[in-house]
Design a protein around this ligand. Structure first.
Ligand SMILES: Cc1cc2nc3c(=O)[nH]c(=O)nc-3n(C[C@H](O)[C@H](O)[C@H](O)COP(=O)(O)OP(=O)(O)OC[C@H]3O[C@@H](n4cnc5c(N)ncnc54)[C@H](O)[C@@H]3O)c2cc1C
Length: 370
């Protein structure tokens, strides 16, 4: 089994590390916490004596292609954006869920239904801990799942802060046996990178991956750090005050919803400098290896696009219809799913192109340094 020393030699020292924190996150989840992110965002040993040489850090690295191929095969991934069993547009039946939610509240409504019907006994969601602060949390009660509804970003842009917290923010340390405390049917909600890292654990058959019953992926253009300076810049560009903002959202534009009901739309490029460094290398927009993927793109305002990817995901979603979720009336729009798919493919291709350009730059830089 390869160790962190190999990862250091093959990836970090060659300048190929994306600073995604996946290695540290898995080490924290499964090992004794031998790794941490340093001030520059690169992984390093926190305490070499705690390392059990399990090789998970190496296996988690997106620069390691072996597990990726196996993972994709296991999940019947197919080009260009993963397996698709069905595309629907839906929203939560409960107006309170819709009001708190990012789009149509389907993720929250699905989790509530799964909990009510005993299909899950908890869910890993993100909890808002301040206006621009989030924390991954294990929700085991309805109220906790409801509290998690909505769109949550990070605040810190500093690598020192990320070094301390990003592995934790990744959320995978919550899949630790210590935290799951014997729960065996937990749903994991996460961005594509989080779902990918978890699927690699599953491919390796590493405890406690069997505790996760369902992977709910979110479409993702990137995760952003909303520090003070960045917020001021956005407010100036959009001509609004943060005191008037009731909701922000990322679809094909960056949307700022104001108390007055107005929605200000800014080009997504304005967020580029606020992206987490690792997001520039991520090729997955549509959460391609989740059981179900969700996003706002393609759906009318207040509705969620739902892509079922595995039989388990499709069955779970269909079971919610008429209970906590309603489907968009497609009368007169028989091609709705096709149009949604087209938008999704376009957004996915754009993200992939961006990532490939960054990767080429990184590889060129690495070979110049050698
Ligand atoms: C960083 C980020 C970027 C996104 N980019 C896009 C995009 O470019 N295009 C697009 O169409 N959709 C994007 N989405 C997805 C979209 O914002 C909604 O999450 C999705 O449409 C589901 O909406 P909903 O109303 O059904 O979910 P809700 O019912 O509001 O539930 C959302 C769930 O996601 C969890 N969550 C929120 N933030 C995070 C986070 N940072 N990490 C892990 N879990 C989290 C919440 O705890 C909650 O359980 C993005 C989401 C995130 C978090």
């Amino acid at each position: 089994m390869k160790t962190f020393f190999d990862l250091q030699k093959e990836v970090v020292e060659r300048g190929l590390c994306h600073r995604c924190g996946g290695c540290v996150s898995l080490c924290t989840a499964v090992n004794y916490g031998a790794l941490e992110l340093g001030p520059d965002g690169h992984p390093r040993y926190k305490d070499v004596d705690r390392c059990i040489e399990c090789g998970l850090c190496h296996a988690a690295c997106p620069e390691n292609p072996e597990l990726e191929a196996e993972t994709r095969q296991r999940l019947a991934w197919s080009a260009p954006i993963g397996r698709i069993l069905g595309i629907r547009v839906a929203r939560a039946l409960d107006p309170q869920v819709r009001q708190q939610a990012t789009d149509g509240g389907v993720v929250t409504a699905l989790l509530l239904h799964l909990l009510d019907t005993g299909h899950i006994d908890g869910a890993i969601v993100a909890r808002q801990t301040g206006p621009f602060h989030r924390e991954p949390t294990l929700a085991v009660r309805r109220e906790e799942i409801l509290e998690g509804a909505g769109f949550h970003f990070d605040t810190t842009h500093s690598m020192v802060g990320l070094g301390r917290e990003y592995a934790h923010r990744h959320g995978l340390d919550l899949v630790s046996p210590k935290i799951l405390k014997g729960l065996h049917r937990v749903a994991l909600v996460g961005t594509p990178c989080q779902i990918h890292a978890f699927r690699r654990l599953e491919t390796l058959g590493v405890m406690p991956s069997e505790s996760v019953a369902l992977c709910l992926g979110l479409f993702c253009s990137g995760n952003f750090a909303f520090g003070e300076e960045e917020r001021a810049r956005l407010a100036e560009a959009g001509g609004f005050s943060w005191a008037d903002v009731v909701k922000i959202n990322v679809k094909d534009t960056f949307q700022v919803h104001l108390r007055s009901g107005d929605v200000i739309e800014l080009d997504l490029h304005i967020l580029d400098t606020m992206k987490h460094p690792a997001c520039h290398y991520c090729q997955d927009y549509a959460a391609e290896v989740a059981d179900i993927s969700f996003g706002g793109i393609g759906a009318p305002e207040g509705w969620t696009t739902v892509v079922s990817r595995t039989p388990k995901g499709r069955a779970a979603f269909l079971d919610t219809l008429g209970h906590t979720v309603e489907e968009y009336d497609r009368t007169g729009q028989p091609d709705l799913a096709d149009r949604v798919l087209e938008q999704l493919m376009r957004a996915s291709a754009a993200k992939r192109r961006h990532a490939q350009a960054f990767r080429e730059q990184m590889t060129r830089g690495a070979s110049t340094r050698r």
